[in-house]
Design a protein around this ligand. Sequence first.
Ligand SMILES: Nc1ncnc2c1ncn2[C@@H]1O[C@H](COP(=O)(O)OP(=O)(O)OP(=O)(O)O)[C@@H](O)[C@H]1O
Length: 242
Amino acid sequence: MEVKDLHKKYRNGRGIGNINFDIYPGEVVGLLGPNGSGKTTIMKSITGLVRIDKGTVRICGHDLSENFEKAIRGVGCLIETPSVIGNMSCYDNLKLISRFYNDIDPERIDVVLQITGLEKYRKDKVRNFSLGMKQRLAIAMAIYQNPKLVILDEPANGLDIEGSKELRRIISELSKEFMISFLISSHLIHEIEMLCDKILIIKDGSIVDTCIVQDVKDIGVSLEDYFIDRVNGANKKSIDSI
Ligand SMILES: Nc1ncnc2c1ncn2[C@@H]1O[C@H](COP(=O)(O)OP(=O)(O)OP(=O)(O)O)[C@@H](O)[C@H]1O
């Protein structure tokens, strides 16, 4: 995916501006920034959930504003709370999704249940699921249509240690085995550090830095210190010289 010169201002003057980034196949990219910095607005802008003022978003070669249906077909997303139906079984929630995609063999339901480790709960009512299981089901729903890019807004929120670990396992498997790219926002810096290859640091609606997690580790700086340095506006030399 390719995002160029993206701008979105709400009526109150807040929003995002001059956003540029690429995500390559199989890459896991984190959006890291303080509250109100614009992470959700970026995610909503690139999925057509808010109307952008300026810029281009290309997904799998399709321009989001010119060819919305083709572009969005390549995207699975989980923004805000997972929309699962409690009084239906796990399988039936997926069956409902499958109705939107006549061209996909419904056997894909079994595949996504297996990837997300939910096969043994397939008949269970979702209202009895833990938050981590609901989150896994939401991911199963997001990947049903074989997306090339999955967008997850704060996916580890409220998850316990095991739930977070399982989520990381699923994301890592999908990115490595199926070359699915991910764009993930989080406040949880350690979660982002363990999950992501690349991080976009957002402040006041702009990307103030793009870094490769391994490069930060290689210079011997914690991602936390690196992030604080960037958000506080220190220049690159200050951290490079540590
Ligand atoms: N619908 C809206 N109308 C007006 N202003 C908005 C709207 N949605 C977000 N904003 C403002 O735009 C800015 C960016 O908000 P956004 O929700 O994208 O940030 P965020 O980084 O996702 O925040 P958080 O980490 O708290 O979820 C904030 O100042 C916010 O108050």
